[in-house]
Structures are given as structure tokens and as C-alpha cells.
Design a protein around this ligand. Structure first.
Ligand code: ADP
Length: 402
């Protein structure tokens, strides 16, 4: 029987999944992928095969109030009916925050769950949703191994100086430091650089993960040495609905002068800012691009996004001591030709020159010059979770056998 892994990425009202075959000694291979949307309301389930052909779908009425637990059990029973020679071996979870304690993926036990719960205050909008399916599986499928894979872990290689805030020592002791996120995406990019150009794998590369969430990571020989996200997923670049780096004084202004509660201020910074806040129109880059010629606010939002990316790249070039390659990934990085062109145009000083035709074609290489090169590389966070889950399980089985 082929052992399979389910890889889960849980949000507040969604559950994305990929099911991987894990042939002995080989790279995990997608068998099925899909998602539940609208959980808690009118939920919808779709599942496709590895080539993207629709295999099944189902819609529940809002009266059913399908939650994460029912969704997960529906997925497991769907798999049982469609597994033909497969055996569910484990579930791998994306967990946003691993804190200082988790420097790599771990098998989940009660102690791990408790430690991850203590990190909820560090990622209040993401961590609870990531932990919910872990608890559900422990309750409903108690014998099934689970592995937690962290968005923070890849950045644990950063120096102490890169991770420090200039705050009193007591705060650092309470865990107030830069952690960095999007680590599963950057680990994938780091792992694949050699296939695009071996010089990238041994050189100084900035990876730009530009999606609804957005950040940059400086990779020195494939290792993270600096990143734009910090203590929370709010820092760094402006994003779809998040503000990115702002002066901490703005938060005091919101609380004291605008009399906002901490919750109301947090909601503005996480869900009403970024591209949406500046444009007043949308958090979706496609909508902003379609309106930029006639809507000054849509153009302003895009211009600010590009300006901040270019400036932050400058800061990471300094951290790396130079630049050999720039990689675009994420929904915007992989698809938005204009954002890539505008960012590269702002980096002529770093030796980058755009190959316009290659950029329009989507790369992979989109630069013309040879001082520093620019690339489009689709990310694959789920594959990293599958690899990490497979490797942690393999290591555990090997330990038990010896
Ligand atoms: P998430 O961070 O939620 O995973 P994605 O990586 O899917 O987000 O990125 C979503 C962003 O990608 C949106 O701003 C969307 O407009 C943008 N995007 C997706 N496809 C295109 C496209 N063809 N052209 C421009 N932007 C795109």
C-alpha cells in the first residue's frame, strides 16, 4: 500500500489540502488537491487530481454550518472511498509560528500542542486556525501521526543582531524579537535555486514572496540571513490588507487620539490597510491594475507597494553585501508582469536589467544583464510540508527500529 500524507493549510473559514503519495526513498508526489471554502456558512468542497482535473465537488447550505471538524472528516472519508491502494500515513500542518523553541518540523504530541498554544499571542490571527485541525485530528483520529511545519523555522539561521529589536532586555526575554515568516515558501525557493542557476545556490539572492501576504528574504548560499517580516506578520512590505512597517507611534495615536480599542486598531492594521486601505478599492492586484489608468488611488496603492519593495530590497542588498539574483514568487510575483518590471527598473543601481520579452512570457529568467539576474520561480509551500513530514516520520521510524 502506498503511504499518503495529507498537507493542511487552515484559515479562519477555509481549509486547503493536498494529498501526497510518498513512494519509498523518492520525492512526495501530489495525488489530489483541493479546498473547503465558506466554512461556518455556505461551505463548498472541491477536489482535483494532480493535473488539475475536477474529481468531485459538494456544497452545503448555510444551515448546515459545516465547520473545520466536519470538513476534515469529510476529506478523510472521501479519501477512504477514493484511495485505491493507498494508506493514510500522517498529516502535515502549516503552522505560522514556531517561536524560539521550534527550529524545524516536529511530531505533534500533547507537550507540543501546549507549547504551540503559548504562541497564540504572538500570531493571534493565524495560530488558532492552524492549531484547530491539529486538535481535531488528535480527538477524532488519535493514532494518526501529525507533523507541525513552521513558517518561522527557516529564519532561525539569522544572527542574533538580525533578530533583535532595540528594546529593553526584559522584552526580548518575553519573546519580543524578529522571527520572520513565509519560511516554507523560502525553503522551497532555496531548495530549487540550483536547478535554475547553480550560481544562485551559492550566491547572494533576495527572494520576494509577493501574494496577499508579502515579504522579502535575503538568502546567502541558500540560508536566510534577514527578512522583512518581524515579530508578527504585519511588518515589512505593505500587503493586500496589512500595513507593513509603520512607525510604532502611529499605534499610540490610534489608541490615544482616535480612542480606538486595541482590537479595533489591530483590525485596521491587519484587514483594512495595505493595497486595500490605500486604494479604497481592493486588495487584489488584478483589480488595481485594471483600474490604475483611471483611478488615482488604485495607482497610488500600486506605486507605494513597488516603492516599498524596492527600498526594502536596498536594505537587504546591504545585509548581503551585494546581489547576485532576485527571485519573484507568490501570486503577484509569479503573475504580475508590471510589478516585476517596475521593481527591476528601480534596481538598475544593483546591476539588474529587465528582459522585457522574457518578463512578459513569465521567465523563468527575466533579466538581460549578467551582473545580477532576475527570475520568476513558482513557490510550493505544500511540497515543503510534505517533504518535512516525510523526513520527520522517517527519522522517527528509524529511531524506533534501532
Ligand atoms: P496568498 O498570500 O493568499 O496565498 P496569493 O499568493 O494567491 O495569495 O496571491 C494573491 C495575489 O496575487 C492577489 O493580489 C492577486 O491579485 C495576485 N494575482 C494572482 N494572479 C494574478 C495575475 N494574473 N496578475 C496579477 N496579479 C495576480
Amino acid at each position: 500500500m502506498m503511504p499518503v500524507l495529507i498537507v493542511l493549510n487552515a484559515g479562519s473559514s477555509s481549509l486547503k489540502f493536498q494529498v501526497y503519495d510518498t513512494p519509498d526513498g523518492a520525492e512526495p508526489r501530489v495525488a489530489f488537491k483541493g479546498l473547503f471554502e465558506g466554512l461556518g456558512g455556505s461551505a463548498h468542497f472541491i477536489v482535483k487530481d494532480a493535473s488539475g482535473n475536477l474529481l468531485d465537488e459538494m456544497t452545503w447550505s448555510s444551515g448546515d454550518r459545516l465547520g473545520h471538524e466536519e470538513a476534515l472528516m469529510h476529506l478523510v472519508s472521501w479519501l477512504r472511498q477514493h484511495q485505491e491502494g493507498r494508506r493514510l500515513a500522517a498529516i502535515g500542518h502549516r503552522v505560522v509560528h514556531g517561536g524560539a523553541a521550534f527550529t524545524g518540523p516536529v511530531i505533534v504530541d500533547e507537550d507540543v500542542v501546549q507549547k504551540l498554544e503559548t504562541l497564540v499571542p504572538l500570531a493571534p490571527l493565524h495560530q488558532p486556525h492552524n492549531l484547530e485541525p491539529i486538535r481535531i485530528v488528535r480527538r477524532r483520529l488519535p493514532g494518526l501521526p501529525q507533523v507541525a511545519c513552521f513558517d518561522t523555522a527557516f529564519h532561525q539561521t539569522q544572527s542574533e543582531i538580525a533578530s533583535l529589536f532595540a528594546l529593553p532586555r526584559e522584552m526580548r526575554e518575553r519573546g519580543v524579537r524578529r522571527y520572520g515568516f513565509h519560511g516554507l515558501s523560502y525553503e522551497y525557493i532555496s531548495s530549487i535555486l540550483k536547478d535554475y542557476d547553480p550560481r544562485l545556490a551559492t550566491g547572494r539572492v533576495i527572494a520576494a514572496h509577493l501574494g496577499n501576504g508579502a515579504s522579502l528574504c535575503a538568502l546567502d548560499k541558500g540560508i536566510s540571513i534577514a527578512t522583512t517580516m518581524g515579530f508578527s506578520a504585519l511588518d515589512g512590505l505593505p500587503m493586500g490588507t496589512r500595513c507593513g512597517a509603520i512607525d510604532a507611534g502611529v499605534v499610540f495615536f490610534m489608541l490615544r487620539e482616535m480612542q480606538l480599542s486595541p482590537e479595533a486598531a489591530e483590525r485596521i492594521l491587519y484587514t483594512k490597510s495595505g493595497l486595500l486601505g490605500v486604494s479604497g478599492l481592493s486588495n487584489d492586484m488584478r483589480v488595481l491594475r485594471a483600474n490604475a489608468a483611471t483611478d488615482a488611488d488604485a495607482k497610488r496603492a500600486i506605486d507605494l507597494f513597488v516603492y516599498r519593495i524596492t527600498r526594502e530590497i536596498g536594505s537587504l542588498v546591504a545585509a548581503l553585501g551585494g546581489l547576485d539574483g532576485l527571485v519573484f514568487t507568490g501570486g503577484i510575483g509569479e503573475n504580475d508582469v508590471a510589478t516585476r518590471a517596475e521593481v527591476v527598473a528601480g534596481l538598475a543601481w544593483a546591476g539588474l536589467a529587465l528582459d522585457e520579452e522574457a518578463n512578459r512570457a513569465g521567465g523563468p529568467r527575466i533579466s538581460a544583464g549578467s551582473v545580477a539576474t532576475a527570475w520568476v520561480i513558482p513557490t510550493n509551500e505544500e511540497l515543503v510540508i510534505a517533504r518535512q513530514t516525510q523526513s520527520v516520520l522517517g527519522a522517527t521510524q528509524a529511531r524506533l527500529a534501532s
